[in-house]
Design a protein around this ligand. Structure first.
Ligand code: CO
Length: 267
């Protein structure tokens, strides 16, 4: 028997998580289903990195594990080969503190153990992100688009600027701002005004459309991006749709897992 045939294999899909059932069903479950259909000889499992969301769902009687607990369960069940694929976008705090650091200690429990890269790391990733964004822009008649990234105080926040530079080369009227990092909306507003933009479509540059997309982007509150832009005379049309809905994003996840599979089973 070859090693590959004896192997008991699992893919653990890790996202920050969401407590919005609708966001989970439109942006996380379809990614997992797609992975399960492409990698038929692997079990597919889920973990969330957000303790707050896990506790909230726990209160509703739903059990979702942190990556460390999910991998312990996987070890207990006798799996031999593990791929951990984050649906995070960058190598920031969540990736380092909830995935890489805790899981590295457990990797010797398995014959093979690989952690995939987040979704905005390689040149191919950025190309794919541009394509995903282009599809969204086409879906709104190619009118200007403002993307809401999450943003972080971690140096990985630079991915937003990197993506913006690439988008600017294509001259597409696509702008990126973040909720918790830089650039913020305040940095982008002067550019929109200078360009004379009167109408813009807002999309989350995030896996799911959760609190940030619903409240900070599209909300009725006076400091939501929609309200701020409207006060400046820019008609803002929010689209509360996470990127996990995108078939191209699902394809990107599949590519990352293929890379991991190549590392687990070289040749
Ligand atoms: Co946040």
């Amino acid at each position: 028997m070859t090693e590959r045939k004896k192997a008991k294999k699992v893919i653990l899909i890790v996202s920050f998580g969401t407590s919005y059932r609708e966001a989970e069903e439109s942006c996380i479950t379809p990614v997992e289903n797609r992975v399960a259909s492409v990698f038929g000889d692997y079990d597919v499992r889920r973990a969330f990195t957000s303790g707050i969301i896990i506790r909230k769902l726990g209160g509703e009687g739903r059990v979702i594990q942190m990556p460390i607990d999910a991998v312990r369960t996987i070890a207990d069940e006798g799996f031999t080969h593990v791929i951990v694929q984050p649906l995070l976008f960058m190598k920031g705090h969540e990736f380092n503190n909830k995935i890489v650091n805790p899981l590295t200690a457990l990797q010797n429990s398995f014959a093979g153990f690989v952690i995939g890269d987040p979704l905005m790391c390689s040149r191919d990733d950025f190309q794919q992100m541009e394509d995903i964004i282009a599809v969204r822009k086409a879906s709104v008649g190619n009118e200007p688009v403002l993307l809401m990234g999450h943003g972080t105080d971690h140096p990985s926040n630079r991915v937003y600027q990197k993506l913006q530079i690439r988008l600017d080369k294509e001259n597409r009227d696509i702008f990126i701002a973040t909720v918790e990092g830089s650039p913020g909306l305040d940095d982008v507003v002067p550019i929109l005004l200078k360009r004379g933009i009167k109408r813009i479509h807002l999309f989350p540059l995030m896996l799911v459309a959760g609190d940030h997309a619903r409240n900070d982007m599209a909300g009725d509150n006076e400091d939501s991006w929609r309200s701020v832009l409207e006060r400046l005379g820019i008609e803002a049309i929010p689209h509360v749709r996470g990127m996990g809905e995108s078939v191209l994003l699902q394809k990107l996840v599949i590519q990352h897992i293929r890379t991991c599979q190549g590392m687990l089973f070289p040749g």
